[in-house]
Ligand binder design. Structure first.
Ligand SMILES: *[C@@H]1O[C@H](CO)[C@@H](O)[C@H](O)[C@H]1NC(C)=O
Ligand SMILES: *[C@@H]1O[C@H](CO)[C@@H](O)[C@H](O)[C@H]1NC(C)=O
Length: 242
């Protein structure tokens, strides 16, 4: 009798912790954590906090809210999963409005003015990160957390980086972004890999087109997971003449 109760209790505990682990995995989704990452020592580059610093962020990014990789469990969560409908993710809202989507995420719509998404605080009073400044042909290195999806047995799906026209008055549609993808980045390009596959820091570097006119450009980071899940982050790049 005692044994049955005990084993029932431990079985329940085991099942509960398994569910917790599974849901944590299921909730572990990525987002762009930094738009302008600079390595302390370019000869020895790494994406970890101790080896670099961030000089430009996605919209309304709460810089000190949580340790690296933990904003997917922020309130609201930082990752935005586009709707599977309308009629598919390629027709969904490109930058989260905090309402639409399979997982709405934080509000990453264009600020009015654009700079307002990079000054002051977010809705919860937390200081937000500064805007990215670059120039035509300028290099940007974008960082994201692996969230368990950079391990060997996961399919490697690229991150796409897309740009708007110069000085848009509203965010591009997803189809507009898809018509101007400037590069693909390797999702699994992580450094400082250790036992905790959730918090591996990863990222990719690329150069902006040399043909850009000075002005503001909306940049979309977009990552595919499984067959129909797409996650996006949006940032404005202030492109200045060199
Ligand atoms: C969405 O667009 C991407 C990139 O152009 C393409 O590979 C994919 O097949 C499209 N998905 C759907 C459901 O149309
Ligand atoms: C991969 O990451 C390293 C830092 O670990 C970086 O130096 C390199 O540029 C990245 N590769 C690409 C293709 O972005």
């Amino acid at each position: 009798m005692f044994f049955t109760t005990l084993s029932k209790a431990s079985l329940a505990l085991l099942v509960a912790s398994m569910i917790l682990v599974l849901t944590q995995k299921a909730e572990a989704h990525s987002y762009a954590d930094c738009i302008d990452w600079r390595f302390k020592d370019p000869k020895n580059p790494s994406w970890s906090d101790k080896n670099g610093a961030c000089f430009g962020f996605a919209r309304r990014f709460p810089v000190k809210a949580k340790p690296f990789a933990k904003l997917d469990s922020d309130d609201p969560n930082r990752h935005y999963q586009q709707s599977h409908k309308n009629p598919d993710p390629n027709h969904s809202l490109a930058c989260s409005d905090g309402k639409q989507g399979e997982e709405p995420g934080a509000d990453e719509t264009m600020g009015k003015p654009i700079s307002s998404a990079y000054t002051g605080t977010d809705k919860r009073g937390r200081k937000v990160g500064v805007q990215t400044v670059s120039h035509p042909g300028g290099q940007l290195c974008i960082r994201w957390p692996a969230k368990n999806h950079a391990v060997k047995d996961e399919k490697n799906q690229p991150v796409t980086i897309a740009l708007s026209e110069v000085n848009p008055t509203k965010d591009p549609t997803q189809l507009q972004f898809l018509s101007n993808i400037i590069t693909n980045l390797n999702y699994k390009n992580c450094s400082d890999t250790n036992l905790n596959t959730d918090i591996w820091p990863c990222g990719g570097c690329f150069k902006l087109p040399t043909t850009l006119k000075p002005g503001n450009f909306v940049m979309q980071w977009r990552w595919k997971l499984n067959s129909n899940e797409w996650y996006t982050s949006c940032a404005d790049i202030d492109v200045r003449a060199k």
